[in-house]
Write a protein that binds this ligand. Sequence first.
Ligand SMILES: NC(=O)c1ccc[n+]([C@@H]2O[C@H](COP(=O)([O-])OP(=O)(O)OC[C@H]3O[C@@H](n4cnc5c(N)ncnc54)[C@H](O)[C@@H]3O)[C@@H](O)[C@H]2O)c1
Ligand SMILES: O=P(O)(O)OC[C@H](O)CO
Length: 341
Amino acid sequence: MGIRTAAIIGGGSFGTVTANILADNNIQAIQWLRNQDIADSINQQHVNEQYLPGIALNPSLKATTAIEEAVVGADVIFVSVPSKSVRDVISGFAHLISPQQALVSTTKGIEPDGFLLMSQVIREVFPDNPVGVLSGPNLAKEIARKELAGTVIASENSDLRRDIQEALSCDYFRVYASNDVYGVELGGALKNIYAIVSGFVAALGMGENTKSMIITRSLAEMSRFADAMGANPLTFLGLSGVGDLVVTCMSPLSRNFRVGYAIGQGKTLDQAIEELGEVAEGVNTLRYVRAKAEDSGIYMPLVMGAYECLFHGADPGMVARGLMTGEHASDVEFALPKHEI
Ligand SMILES: NC(=O)c1ccc[n+]([C@@H]2O[C@H](COP(=O)([O-])OP(=O)(O)OC[C@H]3O[C@@H](n4cnc5c(N)ncnc54)[C@H](O)[C@@H]3O)[C@@H](O)[C@H]2O)c1
Ligand SMILES: O=P(O)(O)OC[C@H](O)CO
């Protein structure tokens, strides 16, 4: 049937960029946000100066602070608020939604109670609706400049996968599909932790070999965690895994990288978060993954080291150095038969 109308929940950088692509693709897109001044400036000046300064938005994109104006009758609702607000925000409009309306999360985080990913939270609130996840190497500020990027739509619903591919694909944005919702979403949440570690390494002026080792061992650690959680670590070889890990670990545009960089420079976590002024999901994700790894006995030296630096003031240099003395692990352990490693 295709998507003709879309609501985008959240007025931040990724919500705005998603809404703008939809508007560019002639979909009637309405963005819901809380701040009336930002809504007015999207409607009148066609800019979101707080989150995407200097970017001209499509004039057909509308913004509203009235949730019913956005969600009632929308073919698809993109959820793009920070993970700690997702359940409250979606529960607030659940009474306005009918079962054929689809919901797609772009939020890369974890709800601590039950260790739920965002599509699982959405599924609890909307048990009868089509649900999907959009995740990939998607720095909003680059996409806003229409630099080429790819992403993944993951859903068990093949109609929704196809509809989202059609709705978001354009000459600067390519949408691949997956039916491994959990694997795609878990990769997007976990990589934020390792972007923080990569920020330490960059701030400390460590070498290119060190950076490469950190990224590759991050993938090994993420895969070990995925395996223990019953997920398929092979999904991490795609854009939502390796792709997003690499961009977030290498780019100063990444907020998680910037938090790590600030801590590597000797700032406190509070200072780093205050300077950022935007969400860095990896901070809370680190808390929850570290607790899960401890409870489940999963070997995650980078997570444990990063946790000590963020929350107990340990030396950020020791996270990379810790790899040199840690328990010996295999290189690509999830792909090898267990008896060989
Ligand atoms: N920015 C990116 O490059 C990017 C790319 C892909 C995915 N994401 C993910 O998208 C999610 C949102 O990120 P973002 O970059 O848009 O964040 P952001 O910090 O730019 O903006 C978050 C927005 O959510 C709003 N918000 C927060 N709590 C709210 C609440 N309770 N009710 C209503 N609005 C609320 C804020 O006011 C703000 O407008 C995150 O999980 C992030 O990991 C971001
Ligand atoms: O700015 P970050 O660190 O939240 O990363 C943004 C996106 O997740 C990159 O794909």
